[in-house]
Design a protein around this ligand. Structure first.
Ligand code: MN
Length: 220
């Protein structure tokens, strides 16, 4: 069994004008595909070969950095595509209330997201997560960072702020990309993630950082 590039949930030009067909094509068919191919090469013939993507992310954590980074990049991109939708709309009344409880207003959430994206030096991802106490938080994680494995938190929404995600359309203007990102956010996906206690997304998600915390059945 090998890890597959997931099907994009819309056509390549569906996110225009916020993300051009050209940019999405390179991002999905070259970058995402490359993480999939590299991961498959790295796990071939190893004990990770038959594991699920989530198991690989956890099992390689702090042990096999190259495998871990590629596995997380495969997962993060798949999650990112699902966070987007052609001509997005506003969050539902219910989700708006949850956001207001946690951030004040939806605008405050967007501002916090923008600040986190701006502060992230180099490549990485900005996330909206549900933490261990059920509170919503904005997190920025460098490179292949992933809240499930790095923090034990449930990802609700992400924006890829690697330069390859926006350079073709926005050149160096990360902030402009972030601004337009909100117009294509799939808030229904965010709300679905909020409902999940979410053990389906990873073998275990409340045990970050330490290898000792990986349950026996997932130990190598
Ligand atoms: Mn990317």
């Amino acid at each position: 069994m090998s890890i597959q590039l997931p099907i994009l949930p819309y056509s390549l030009d569906a996110l225009e004008p916020q993300i051009s067909r050209e940019a999405l094509e390179v991002h999905y068919k070259k970058h995402h595909q490359n993480y999939v191919d590299t991961l498959n090469e790295l796990i071939r013939g190893t004990s990770l070969e038959d594991k699920s993507l989530e198991e690989i992310m956890f099992l390689s954590f702090e042990r096999k950095q190259k495998i871990h980074n590629n596995a997380c990049q495969v997962w993060n991109h798949t999650f990112f595509w699902n966070c987007l939708i052609p001509s997005g709309h506003e969050p539902s009344k219910n989700l708006t209330e949850v956001i207001e409880e946690n951030f004040g207003t939806v605008e405050d959430l967007k501002n916090e997201f923008a600040t986190a994206a701006k502060a992230l030096f180099g490549s990485g991802w900005v996330w909206l997560v549900k933490d261990k106490w059920g509170k919503l938080k904005v997190r920025s994680l460098g490179n292949a960072g992933n809240p499930l494995v790095d923090l034990g938190e449930i990802p609700l929404l992400t924006c890829d702020v690697w330069e390859h995600a926006y350079y073709l359309d926005y050149k160096n203007e990360r902030a402009k990309f972030l601004e337009n990102f909100w117009e294509i956010v799939n808030w229904e996906f965010v709300e679905d993630n909020l409902k999940k206690e979410n053990r389906r997304m990873a073998p275990q998600i409340f045990q970050p950082k330490s290898r000792a915390s990986v349950p026996n059945e997932y130990r190598m």
